[in-house]
Design a protein around this ligand. Structure first.
Ligand SMILES: Cc1cc2nc3c(=O)[nH]c(=O)nc-3n(C[C@H](O)[C@H](O)[C@H](O)COP(=O)(O)OP(=O)(O)OC[C@H]3O[C@@H](n4cnc5c(N)ncnc54)[C@H](O)[C@@H]3O)c2cc1C
Length: 482
């Protein structure tokens, strides 16, 4: 990959010894990793198709002032800047594919203010998301954002990807919890967008523009988050279905019942079995081809059980086996341990290579869509398709596996055809390429092929007006040659 940059934008600059010296004067010698193997620890994320490139320098600022000063140097010298949280992303978004500078937020991990009266918490971007809830343990509130990677990702990364997760159906995605953000612009200026207000139409909604911008518009340095009251009780059940379509049908039915569940997750037989194997959990699938996990968070145990039994009976005629209902918190933990292992269990399918999709469709259109995926698999030899995901959001983490025996040229041809067929079905029903992981660098080609040209023109115009030198995360969301 060369360093051409975006159209009309000068070539990117290189990090010289003088610039390294300048950066060290800003953040301190030990917080600029340049000639060091430790840069390699920042070279990739968790995407299945791994980009692997270390930045020329990894810079670890400790304050917003330091971020401003570092970005000002990068902008002056036209050096690509890739903001990085915990590197748990699944789209290659924090991989510095042109080299340049990785800007890690890991030192900016302070919890700044808990405000129980306004039900907010203000944190620096490098706080591990789960640590917010650890901090809130003694309070009546909690942060309801729940990406499955909650223990391994940072709140800044969640905001930059507008992460979804297992409770978005009830509480919304990350953006729904963000009341304010402090950012540093590509020109090195800090500004706070939003604050603790619950409403704000004072000018354009710039805060929402930053949410999900994947490090291409600004560095997020701080956030004020809205908190939820802790539920008194959670109860979950596993429901078993004879095929994926019936499971998706059950999801639609459950979504039509009263208040939404907290979680409604789907795992096909292969995904579920791999997770059981990975976690050492032994749950009989009976003859099921697909499993749905449903959870309710309510004000009392009675209410949670009541809602759960309503859901179980509403779909009873679609199931093939008796549901597994968690009777206590140990059983809750047991069921959720299986679900949480989906990413780690990916290597147990025997596949040679995989591509991880993040398709989202209107949830009521999922039953026929998921059946089409089965048909697509049957048309392509050497390809296996597994499905799991946040079903209530219509968000499917469909994985396309290259099985042993498929030659390189066959895989290259098949993967293009399979993706085209899947995306064709997705578009027919108004679906989109990414529900929560973002475009990153992995989906750039597919996004530019599928996006409406007018939408792309607007996106590019926004990018160019905020980041005229194109230094922020080049190669993410937009192709380099545009
Ligand atoms: C096991 C597993 C389970 C997962 N489950 C979910 C899930 O349920 N839902 C979901 O949505 N995702 C999930 N993910 C994906 C990932 O955890 C999320 O995308 C998460 O939000 C990334 O956070 P991070 O701190 O690791 O960010 P990184 O991976 O470091 O970065 C992600 C993107 O955000 C940008 N970025 C990071 N920090 C900043 C900042 N401070 N300012 C500006 N830009 C920034 C980066 O440049 C990059 O483009 C999962 C990943 C794994 C490995």
């Amino acid at each position: 990959m060369d360093r051409e940059g975006l159209a009309g934008v000068p070539r990117f600059g290189h990090i010289t010894e003088e610039i390294i010296g300048e950066l060290k004067r800003v953040v301190g010698d030990r917080y600029v990793l340049s000639n060091d193997d430790s840069r390699r620890a920042y070279a990739r994320d968790k995407a299945p198709r791994i980009w692997d490139r270390a930045a020329d320098a990894v810079v670890l600022p400790g304050s917003v002032d330091e971020v401003c000063a570092v970005i000002a140097v990068a902008n002056r010298e036209r050096i690509p800047v890739v903001p990085r949280g915990a590197g748990s992303g699944l789209s290659g978004g924090c991989v510095p594919i042109l080299g340049g500078m990785t800007l890690s937020l890991e030192r900016m991990n302070a919890i700044l203010e808990y405000d129980g009266e306004n039900r907010t918490i203000t944190v620096e971007a490098g706080v591990l998301t789960n640590d917010i809830n650890v901090y809130l343990e003694e309070t009546p509130f909690y942060y309801a954002g729940f990406p499955m990677s909650i223990q391994d990702c940072m709140i800044g990364g969640n905001i930059a990807t507008n992460a979804g997760g297992g409770k978005a159906v009830k509480y919304g995605v990350t953006g729904n919890h963000v009341l304010g953000v402090e950012i540093v612009t590509p020109e090195g200026e800090a500004v706070t967008l939003g604050g603790k207000n619950r409403k704000d139409v004072t000018g354009y909604d710039l805060k929402s523009l930053i949410i999900g911008s994947e490090g291409t518009l600004a560095v997020i340095t701080k956030a004020t988050l809205s908190l939820e009251r802790k539920p008194a009780a959670t109860r979950s059940a596993l429901l078993f279905f004879g095929n994926n379509g019936l499971a998706a049908e059950a999801v639609v039915r459950i979504m039509s019942l009263g208040p939404h569940p907290a979680s409604l997750e789907l795992m096909d037989r292969r995904a579920f079995s791999a997770c059981c194997l990975y976690t050492g959990k032994n749950l009989d699938l009976n003859d099921a081809e697909c499993v749905v996990l449903v959870s309710y968070e309510e004000d009392s145990l009675e209410a949670a059980f009541g809602r759960l039994s309503g859901a179980v009976s509403a779909v009873a005629d679609l199931t093939v086996a008796t549901p597994v209902i968690a009777r206590d918190s140990q059983q809750e933990e047991y069921i959720w341990t299986i679900r949480k292992a989906l990413a780690e269990a990916n290597h147990l399918y025997g596949s040679v290579e995989v591509t991880g999709e993040d398709i989202v469709v209107p949830f009521a259109y999922m039953p026929p869509f998921i059946e089409r995926l089965g048909e697509i698999e049957s048309r392509h030899e050497g390809i296996m398709i597994t499905n799991c995901g946040h079903a209530a959001d219509g968000n499917l983490h469909t994985t396309i596996h290259r099985m042993p025996g498929l030659r390189d040229d066959e895989w290259t041809r098949s993967i293009r055809l399979v993706k085209d067929e899947i995306y064709g079905e997705m578009r027919k029903i108004g679906g989109k390429l990414s529900g929560e992981h973002g475009i990153g660098s992995n989906r750039v080609d597919d996004f530019s092929r599928l996006a409406d040209p007018v939408e792309m023109k607007l996106l590019m115009a926004i990018k160019k007006s905020i980041d005229p030198n194109g230094i922020m995360n080049p190669g993410t969301i937009f192709p380099l040659e545009q």
